[in-house]
Structure formats: structure tokens, C-alpha cells
Design a protein around this ligand. Structure first.
Ligand SMILES: [Cu+2]
Length: 146
């Protein structure tokens, strides 16, 4: 009798664990990404630190190798910085080319050199397959001092 109760509890915990993992039908991350610094309207030095932040998602390095949609981890993102560009649409694969930089190693800050003048910076979240997620992008306008 006691043994049966234990088995039921274990089975229940296992079901909860599976539900928490999500899987192929997991909902998209419902979070936000933003610039910690600089902020829109800021004037920055030609060599500046650009830092990203997020809520409602976990920033993580992309697993190595080619992933299938089933292997994409729900709620896990990495950052992408777009230089002088706008946010991409929902579900688009972010190009691994200019003007986009992928932070597939899970980093949240970059020290970079920008030409003097006005610039438009976009930070956009991508999932393990580098696909954009609804609402997870911010664009700011900064001026780089001469
Ligand atoms: Cu990416």
C-alpha cells in the first residue's frame, strides 16, 4: 500500500518535469530585450561598450552543431546586435552577416568601434536556431562623438 503511494508521487513529479521542459510545442518566450547602455539619445565615444539586458527569458550559449526545431530550448535566447538597421519580423532567421552580430556564446556586452555620427542600434533576441521571437527587439538612436 505504501509502495503504491510512492510510485504515484514519483509518476506525478515526472509528469510535472516533462511539462516544465516544454518540448516541441512550447510557447514562444514572452519576454523583452533592451539596451542597458547606451540609451537612446546618448552621445557615446567611438570605442564604446554596448550592453544588453532581458526579462522573461534566459540568455544562454547556443548548443554546438545543427539543431532541429525539436531541440530548440524554450525560453532560451541569445542576443543579436544590428548596426544601422531595424528589427526583423517575427520568426525570421537572423542572417549571419552584416549588419548583424550574433552573440551565440551567450555574451551580453561588446566593446566596439563605431564611426562618428548618428547610428541606429537594434538588439534582437534569437532562439537556438537564430529565429526572432515576437516582441523581443529594441532599437535605439545614438550619436558617436568625433
Ligand atoms: Cu544567433
Amino acid at each position: 500500500m505504501r509502495n503504491r503511494i510512492v510510485k504515484t508521487v514519483v509518476l506525478g513529479a515526472w509528469t510535472l518535469a516533462l511539462a516544465a521542459c516544454g518540448g516541441a510545442e512550447a510557447p514562444p518566450a514572452a519576454g523583452k530585450v533592451f539596451f542597458v547602455s547606451p540609451k537612446t539619445g546618448d552621445t557615446i565615444k567611438p570605442m564604446s561598450s554596448i550592453e544588453f539586458g532581458s526579462t522573461g527569458a534566459t540568455v544562454a550559449a547556443v548548443p554546438p552543431g545543427v539543431l532541429t526545431p525539436e531541440q530548440v530550448r524554450a525560453g532560451m535566447i541569445h542576443y543579436h546586435l544590428g548596426l544601422d538597421t531595424d528589427c526583423l519580423g517575427d520568426g525570421v532567421v537572423i542572417p549571419k552577416a552584416d549588419p548583424w552580430i550574433h552573440f551565440g556564446d551567450g555574451k551580453k556586452v561588446i566593446e566596439m568601434s563605431l564611426t562618428p555620427g548618428p547610428h541606429r542600434l537594434a538588439v534582437q533576441a534569437g532562439d537556438d536556431m537564430h529565429r526572432t521571437l515576437p516582441g523581443m527587439c529594441e532599437v535605439i538612436n545614438v550619436t558617436v562623438a568625433p
